[in-house]
Design a protein around this ligand. Sequence first.
Ligand code: IPM
Ligand code: MN
Length: 349
Amino acid sequence: MRNYKIALIPGDGTGPEVVREGVKVLKAAGMKYGFAMEFTTFDYGGQRYLRTGETLPEGAIGELKSFHAIYLGAIGHPNVKPGILERGILLRIRFELEQYINLRPVKLYSGVETPLKDKGPEDIDFVVIRENTEGFYTGAGGVLRKGTPYEVSIQESINTRYGVERCVRFAYEYCRQNGRKKLTLCGKTNVLTYAYDLWERTFYEVGAEYPDIAKDYAHIDAICMWMVKNPEQFEVIVTDNMFGDIITDLGAMIQGGMGIAAGGNINPQGVSMFEPIGGSAPKYTGKGVINPLAAINEAQMMLSFLGEKEAIDRVEKAVMETCRRLKRMDAGKMGFSTSEVGELVVSYL
Ligand code: IPM
Ligand code: MN
């Protein structure tokens, strides 16, 4: 039997509630399709930080490297200043495990409500490939004369040929392997001329090796407009860290909300980490009303990276069936509790 060692980081807020349902689905899928998952839980998150002053303990990164994958709930705590947990846990894992791709499907399932009038599942089905280790996220920059009227703050976007090229190449390969025919580069070549010139040149140079994939470029502002107006024109979008962060929240909304949107932080040669796009949702914590489908979709994405072919399709179909049963995707409005939604998915496996 195939046996996977999974690092489980439930994290903060509603994180533990949603991963509990994901684990339930993974275990049930394993029984049916012939694999086992052994979970090791890590208490990284806001509670631990408030107790110990530590984000990730020494040796954590090394230890995480010994797993087949990492399954994450949510990181973020109302009593911790923004930036500490995000940089100290989430971004550290992404950077140090070289999870250089953040893969975020934007897919509207039938029966799920979208705020886009006149758009349906046949129109909203694309994937955003976000560079995940560079750009504005590196923390490069600084501040001078802080707190004075003459304060200067500089935040730099770092783009390396190596980082951009491996991301763009991943995107072309992804298109090929998933039968997608068009790749759109999202940038801002008309204003941010250094960064996106590198992206654009790399995109077309690497693209010469992929004559079978149509190439398309659009500015970030236009992409936002078209994601709302003509989402059907997108198949795969590749972009940098910051723009990818922004457009995937927009993407999550048009596919039915944070309750359903999931992503994978991918290192194709190493250990990847799967997480819902939404945060820790303190407002809903402990109430049993949060939608676990994002965490279940993320589990499905993890199965696809582990190569569990049979289970991938079944879990997706079970999620689709479950979507038809829920009244809404938003927390508290589903017509079912968090654990009932998990059980519904299991019942459709
Ligand atoms: C995301 C989140 C993170 C990001 C935050 C929590 C650091 O918004 O995964 O999209 O900006 O990458
Ligand atoms: Mn985000």
